[in-house]
Design a protein. Sequence first.
Length: 265
Amino acid sequence: MLRTASLIALGIAICIAGSDAGAVTQSGAVTQPKNTKVETRKSKADDRRYRRGFNQGVTRTDQLDSAQLQGIRKRMIGHRKVSYRELQLLADRGDGLAALYVAKRLSTNPAHNADTIHYYTIACTTGRAGAVAPLARQLKSASDGVSKVRLDQAEATLLQHAARRNPVAIDALVKFYAAGEPFGTNPQEAERLRREAAKGGDSKVALDLAIAMISEGLLDEDEKSEARRYLEIAEKSPELSVKTVAAAVLRQLDAAPVNPIEVSQ
């Protein structure tokens, strides 16, 4: 039998890490240092491609209908001092960057969990990938005060990011659907997301799926072929730990037995 126990132990050490974004002062005003990266995309071109298809909300100052709001936004993007209330005015009109700053400020107080989720959701809905990880963290501890409407909106935007193969969104949704909180149990959707992520080139998810399939027992040659495809994806990973485990499992895959299940008539 394939030595899956040791391989699984190695695979457990492999995880997906998300990063937070932005910084907010503890005073009544919010500042954005010029060298602060609010999102973690590789380049502006990557960011534009990623956000294509999202309702990006307010992205230009001239989209705002008053001189007051335009002045606030000019100060915000010019890295000048903006009050919390002023940022909230922008966020409530669909400015994803302002929503990200508002959510960051609110997240310092667990009592504001419902509002924090609301503003991170606005930021995510405009296509800001940097808001996905903090939204997922807030949803892990979602209070009873979070309305179903807000939870539905949060789930919808995470699914949008998952459709773009965002590994943080996929990982969060898989865990939420497995746990049943805060969106309810949905094992079929969790499995679909994992397989789509693997087929899309997510080497960590691909390795996870292959090891799970082999440890649970391969039912037929089709399943063995599927496991092999996942391992071949994982073997191309830039991460040495993933590549090493995938190569080791792949070399021994042909020795893994197929255990068909007989179904009585």
